[in-house]
Design a protein around this ligand. Structure first.
Ligand code: ATP
Length: 574
C-alpha cells in the first residue's frame, strides 16, 4: 500500500478534477438560466453556456474513467502484493504455528478476506475521497448561494450520521462473525473433500452434510442480518435526503417567488443538492465496505504479523561441511496447547550419536520417538545448549544449513500432485535422470515405477491417491536419499509394508548408509536390529539402550517387545 501511495495520490487528484468539472455544471446552468432570463445584460448566450456544459461533462467523464482505473488498479496491485506476502509468510511459519491453525481458515483468508481488502482499497477509498470532496465542495457552493437554505438542506445529515454509525457498528460485528463462519465452512469443505473416503466408509455422509448445513445456516443468518441492516440503512439515507430536497424545493421556491433568490441560483442550488443524493445513499454501502475490509485486514494481519517460534540464530556459527555427530544434553520438551505448556514429552534425554553410526529408536506408542527426531531438525523450538551437531549448538546453525544436512522422512509421507519424477526430484534441485533412478532403485521402488503405464511420468493424484501406502512411503524415502544428506532420519517410514518387505528394503539401503549418520524410528524391532545402538523410549525417558544383542540379553522391556514380535511373526507365517 505504501509503495502505491503515488498512484493513490494521482487517483485522488483525478477525482478532484472530475469533481471540479461536475461542480462546474450547476454553476454554468445557473449562468445559462440567468442569461435566458436577462438576455440583454448577460455577457454570454445560453447556447454558449450549453456548449461549455457539454465540454465540462465530457471532461468530467474522461477524467472519471481515469480516476477509477487508477485507483482500482492500485487496489488490484495491493491485493497481489498482500497475497504474495501472505504466501511468503506462510512458508516461513513453523510446525507449532500450523499445529494451531486450520487449513480451510487460512485458505479463506486468501480468497474472501483478500477480496474484501481489495474492495476497501479500491471502491472504498474511491468513494471515501469522492464523498468527502462532493460533500465539502457542494455544501460550500450551496452556502455561497444561500446560507440559510443550506442550513435547512443539511439538517437531516447529523441524524443520518448517527443512524449510520449505530447500524454499521452492528454490521461490523456481524461481518466479522460472518467471515469466521465462512472460514469454518471452507475448512469443513476442505476437510470433507480430503477425507471423502473416510466419510463414506463410516457412512457419515448425512452427519457431514448436516454439520456443513449447520455452519452454512449460521453463515446465512449472519448475512441475512447484515442484509437487513443494510436494507434499513439504505431507505433511512434515501428518505432523509429526499426530505432535504423537499424542504429546499418548498423554501427555495418561496424565496424565488419572493424575489429573494434568483431562478439561476435556485437551479444551481438544486443541482448541488442533487449531487449529494447519491453519495448519501451509498454512504451505508461504503461504511459496510470499510467495516468488512477492516475486519478482513485484521484477519490478514493475524497471519502477516505471526512470527515463527523457531528463529534464525542471532550469531550464526561458521558454515562447515557436517560430519553428522549429534549430541543431546538433558533435553526436556513439552508441546504448547493453547499457549500453555503441556506435560513434558521428553524428560532429560542425554545421548551421543557418533558420526557415521546408526541409531534405532523404539518404544511404546506415544513415548516421544517422533518428537525426539523432530527436535533434531528444529521443527519445534529447542532451548540453547541442549542439542549439538558436530559440537555446535543447533540453535547457532542457520536453519537452511541444519536442514540441508538432514534428510527427514516423516511418519506421514506427503506427495505433491505432480509426476513421480517431480516428486522425487524435489529432494535435490538439478538432480539428473540417473540420480533420480538411482534413488528410486535404492528405495526399492523401481519395480513399481516400471509397472505404471507412464513410468516416471505417472501423475500422482492429490496426496498421492493413485499410489499405495507403501509406494508413497518409498517415494518419500527416495526423495530423501536423493538429497544426499549427512544425516538421514527415517521416522517409521515403512509402516505400510509388512515386516519382511521392510527388512528387505532396509537391507537394500545398507549400501547407501556409508559414513552417514542414520536414525531409524520403528515399531518393528527387526527394522533396528542391525543398528549400532538402539534406545528404548518410555514415558519420555531412555528406559534402555545398547545393541540388539545387549538388549535381548538384558531381559527388560526391549527383550519383552522382541519376544512378542517374534511370536507374532511365527504365528503369521503358520
Ligand atoms: N503437535 C503436538 N501438540 C501436542 N501434543 C503432541 C503433538 N505432537 C505429539 N504430541 C503428543 O506427544 C506425545 C508423543 O508423541 P510422538 O509422536 O512423539 O510419539 P511417538 O513415540 O512417535 O508415537 P508413535 O509410536 O505413535 O508414532 C503423544 O502423547 C502425542 O499426543
Amino acid at each position: 500500500m505504501r509503495e502505491r501511495r503515488g498512484t493513490y495520490v494521482l487517483g485522488a487528484i483525478c477525482l478532484l478534477g472530475t469533481n471540479a468539472f461536475s461542480l462546474l455544471i450547476p454553476w454554468l446552468l445557473k449562468l445559462a438560466v440567468e442569461s435566458l432570463r436577462n438576455p440583454g445584460t448577460a455577457s454570454r448566450s445560453a447556447a454558449w453556456y450549453g456548449g461549455v456544459i457539454m465540454v465540462a461533462a465530457l471532461l468530467h467523464g474522461v477524467i472519471r474513467i481515469f480516476s477509477r482505473t487508477t485507483l482500482l488498479h492500485a487496489a488490484r496491485r495491493t491485493e497481489y502484493a498482500i497475497r504474495e506476502d501472505l504466501f511468503g509468510k506462510l512458508l516461513t511459519l513453523d510446525m507449532p504455528y500450523y499445529a494451531g491453525e486450520r487449513t480451510g481458515d487460512l485458505m479463506s483468508r486468501f480468497a474472501n478476506d483478500l477480496t474484501n481488502v481489495r474492495m476497501l482499497l479500491g471502491f472504498g477509498i474511491l468513494n471515501v475521497i469522492n464523498t468527502a470532496l462532493v460533500y465539502v465542495s457542494a455544501i460550500v457552493l450551496m452556502a455561497s448561494i444561500n446560507p440559510s437554505l443550506t442550513l435547512w438542506a443539511v439538517i437531516p445529515f447529523p441524524l443520518m450520521i448517527v443512524a449510520a454509525k449505530g447500524i454499521t457498528r452492528r454490521m461490523f460485528h456481524h461481518s466479522r462473525r460472518a467471515q469466521e463462519e465462512l472460514a469454518r465452512l471452507t475448512s469443513q469443505a476442505e476437510e470433507s473433500i480430503a477425507a471423502a473416503v473416510v466419510v463414506r466408509s463410516y457412512c457419515r455422509e448425512e452427519a457431514t452434510v448436516a454439520a456443513f448445513e449447520e455452519t452454512g445456516r449460521r453463515y446465512l443468518a449472519r448475512n441475512m442480518t447484515m442484509a437487513r441492516l443494510r436494507g434499513i440503512l439504505l431507505p433511512i439515507m434515501a428518505a432523509a435526503s429526499a426530505f432535504g430536497t423537499l424542504v429546499v424545493l418548498f423554501l427555495g421556491g418561496q424565496r424565488v417567488i419572493d424575489g429573494v433568490m434568483t431562478l439561476g441560483d435556485f437551479v444551481a442550488f438544486n443541482g448541488y443538492l442533487a449531487m449529494l443524493v447519491w453519495p448519501t445513499i451509498v454512504f451505508g454501502w461504503i461504511l459496510n465496505l470499510i467495516q468488512r475490509g477492516g475486519a478482513s485486514m485484521a484477519r490478514l494481519n493475524e497471519v502477516l504479523d505471526a512470527t515463527p517460534i523457531v528463529t534464525e540464530p542471532a550469531e550464526p556459527a561458521d558454515a562447515c561441511t557436517p560430519r553428522g555427530e549429534i549430541a543431546l544434553r538433558e533435553v526436556r520438551f513439552s508441546y504448547n496447547g493453547m499457549g500453555e505448556a503441556l506435560p513434558p514429552i521428553l524428560d532429560g534425554i542425554s545421548l551421543t550419536i557418533p558420526a557415521g553410526s546408526r541409531l534405532g529408536i523404539v518404544g511404546p506408542v506415544g513415548s516421544g520417538k517422533s518428537t525426539l527426531v523432530r527436535l533434531l531438525a528444529r521443527l519445534y523450538p529447542v532451548p540453547d545448549g541442549k542439542i549439538f551437531l558436530d559440537g555446535v549448538d543447533i540453535n547457532r546453525l542457520p536453519l537452511a544449513q541444519l536442514r540441508s544436512a538432514i534428510g527427514f522422512v516423516p511418519q506421514e509421507s506427503f506427495l505433491f500432485s505432480r509426476t513421480i519424477r517431480e516428486n522425487i526430484a524435489y529432494g535435490r534441485e538439478g538432480a539428473t535422470v540417473e540420480e533420480i533412478a538411482g534413488a528410486v532403485r535404492l528405495a526399492s521402488l523401481e519395480g513399481d515405477v516400471f509397472r505404471f503405464a507412464d513410468g516416471y511420468d505417472t501423475l500422482v493424484g492429490e496426496r498421492g491417491v493413485t499410489l499405495s501406502g507403501g509406494q508413497k512411503q518409498r517415494a518419500a524415502i527416495a526423495r530423501a536419499l536423493l538429497k544426499n544428506p549427512a544425516i538421514l532420519i527415517l521416522d517409521d517410514p515403512l509402516s505400510a509394508v509388512d515386516a519382511q518387505t521392510e527388512e528387505a528394503i532396509l537391507e537394500g539401503l545398507s549400501g547407501y548408509w556409508g559414513d552417514r549418520t542414520v536414525i531409524v524410528v520403528s515399531h518393528r524391532l527387526s527394522a533396528v536390529r542391525e543398528c549400532d545402538r538402539i534406545i528404548v523410549l518410555k514415558d519420555g525417558v531412555i528406559a534402555e539402550q545398547g545393541s540388539h544383542d545387549d538388549l535381548v540379553a538384558r531381559d527388560g522391556l526391549y527383550c519383552a517387545m522382541w519376544r512378542e514380535q517374534q511370536i507374532r511373526r511365527e504365528l503369521a507365517s503358520l
